[in-house]
Write a protein that binds this ligand. Structure first.
Ligand SMILES: NC(=O)c1ccc[n+]([C@@H]2O[C@H](COP(=O)([O-])OP(=O)(O)OC[C@H]3O[C@@H](n4cnc5c(N)ncnc54)[C@H](OP(=O)(O)O)[C@@H]3O)[C@@H](O)[C@H]2O)c1
Length: 171
């Protein structure tokens, strides 16, 4: 199965600080929710263990989506409806194309670094925040291998401006 990547970055590919997002943008989170929930059947989200841990209890597992958490260590406890896998490849193998519509890799930095180079990645949904933040986690370089297909009008929220972009893998 092909998969998508969804991410919000600052102007220097920054995505995280101290295990959290460096910004709080409620409308941007709503965009993420709509994007990952819209489906004929059900979508799946794949995330690294640290991103899972960064989610508030109130929203995890992310409702209406199959949640898959990647970890190389067994023993962590997850709710029974959450699937776990020791690699991205094994996570993709868990998916049944008849019951899963779209697949979204949703971070964080370690998982993005692998996913962006994976042969099955197709579309990158990138929200580009027009500011530099202090970050300790980054999104990998993507511009050599992806082409910009669409871009929203500038979105304003709080004192920030951002663009929703859709990039697809070059052939
Ligand atoms: N801006 C955004 O859109 C966005 C989105 C998501 C996350 N974030 C931010 O990113 C940061 C977290 O990123 P991170 O790089 O520190 O951690 P991460 O990628 O979320 O999680 C890393 C952990 O996930 C597991 N893992 C990752 N890739 C794996 C693979 N291919 N196979 C098996 N296990 C794998 C490992 O768990 P084990 O150690 O258990 O083996 C690894 O230690 C946070 O600050 C978060 O807020 C930002």
């Amino acid at each position: 199965m092909t998969f998508n990547i969804v991410v919000a970055t600052d102007l220097e590919n920054g995505i995280g600080l101290d295990g959290k997002m460096p910004w709080l943008l409620k409308q941007e989170l709503a965009y993420f929710k709509t994007l990952t929930l819209t489906s004929k059947t059900r979508n799946a989200v794949i995330m690294g263990r640290k991103t899972w841990e960064s989610l508030p209890d109130s929203v995890r597992p992310l409702p209406g989506r199959l949640n898959i958490v990647l970890s190389r260590h067994f023993g962590n406890k997850y709710p029974k409806e959450v699937l776990t896998a020791p690699s991205l490849e094994e996570a993709l193998n868990l998916l049944n194309p008849r019951t899963t519509d779209q697949v979204f890799v949703m971070g964080g930095g370690q998982l993005y670094a692998e996913a962006i180079r994976h042969p099955s990645v197709h579309t990158l949904y990138l929200t580009l925040i027009q500011k530099k933040f202090h970050c300790d986690t980054w999104f990998p370089n993507y511009k050599e291998n992806f082409v910009l297909k669409a871009q929203s009008e500038p979105q304003k929220e709080s004192d920030l401006t951002y663009l929703h972009q859709i990039w697809t893998k070059k052939n």
